[in-house]
Design a protein around this ligand. Structure first.
Ligand code: ZN
Length: 198
């Protein structure tokens, strides 16, 4: 039976699509939002719409940004010849917090995962290969240490090595990508410093 009416159900349904939100939490959030002052609810809705409208991928590294080119790619203070390949913008942010990497990044937006039907063409590998036509000294592959992260690292390494570019892999022991933000900076720094050349 439709106890709340269509609009409320629609809100619960939409909130329930978010990761980590079960149906009970979705209901709790929906009733919280309904109970908010109107201007607060509108501010929340606007922030979602504006983020979605104005945030795009950096045309160079594919992280999310509100500019054509992100601040890291546009910085003359960074070493554009060293590219660190990460799975997500969150991983980029985690490495950036170490404050010790002065190169630039490339965000794949996932890893190769045949069981989920995600192949090389579904992540930003072709875009990476295009960047490598420019003057690049080293590629540091910082995908997660799970089987998909490892397989993706191997795939990229095999593609890149014939071009004569140095390829390294961050030291193992760093959990699967997407969780990098939960890891402290010291661990990330060790992973980076302990990287192994492939
Ligand atoms: Zn960028």
């Amino acid at each position: 039976m439709n106890v709340y009416g269509g609009e409320v159900n629609k809100l619960i349904e939409e909130l329930g699509r978010l990761p980590g939100i079960g149906s009970k939490t979705a209901q709790r959030l929906a009733f919280h939002i309904i109970g908010m002052p109107e201007e607060s609810a509108i501010a929340l809705a606007d922030s979602i719409v504006n983020a979605k409208k104005n945030i795009k991928y950096c045309k160079c590294c594919y992280t999310i940004t509100d500019k054509e080119t992100c601040p890291i790619c546009s910085s003359s203070g960074r070493n554009h010849k060293v590219i660190m390949v990460v799975e997500t913008p969150r991983d980029l942010a985690a490495y950036e917090r170490t404050g010790s990497f002065d190169g630039v990044y490339h965000v794949l937006h996932g890893v190769i995962n045949p069981s989920l039907g995600i192949g090389p063409a579904d992540i930003k590998i072709a875009e990476l290969m295009k960047r490598l036509q420019e003057d690049v000294d080293e590629l540091i592959i910082a995908t997660g240490s799970g089987p998909e992260g490892e397989a993706t690292a191997m795939y990229i390494s095999k593609l890149v090595k014939p071009a004569g570019i140095k390829v390294s892999r961050i030291a193992s022991g760093v959990p699967v990508g997407g969780d990098l933000e939960c890891i402290d900076e010291v661990t990330l720094l060790r992973a980076l410093e302990g990287r192994v050349y492939l």
